[in-house]
Design a protein around this ligand. Structure first.
Ligand code: SF4
Length: 68
């Protein structure tokens, strides 16, 4: 499985948790932006860390949303 995070820029409240959990995947600009990839577990942990549930996770092999 290969997971890809997507940030909902309207929901992102700039808490920064995602970038703390996965600094190689997220950077905080005006909103959180996806800057890279990482292991599936890390992508999922970052998404689950977001207090605003602003990060969706897509399974690239199926196109399905697997989180939230
Ligand atoms: S943890 Fe969520 S709300 Fe905070 S910066 Fe990341 S995406 Fe935005």
């Amino acid at each position: 499985m290969s997971l890809r995070p997507v940030v909902d820029e309207h929901e992102c409240a700039l808490h920064g948790d995602c970038a703390e959990v996965a600094p190689q995947v997220f950077r905080i600009d005006d909103v959180a932006v996806v800057i890279g990839t990482g292991p599936d577990e890390l992508i999922m942990a970052a998404a689950e860390s977001c207090p605003s549930v602003a990060i969706s996770v897509i399974d690239e092999s199926t196109g399905e949303q697997v989180y939230p």
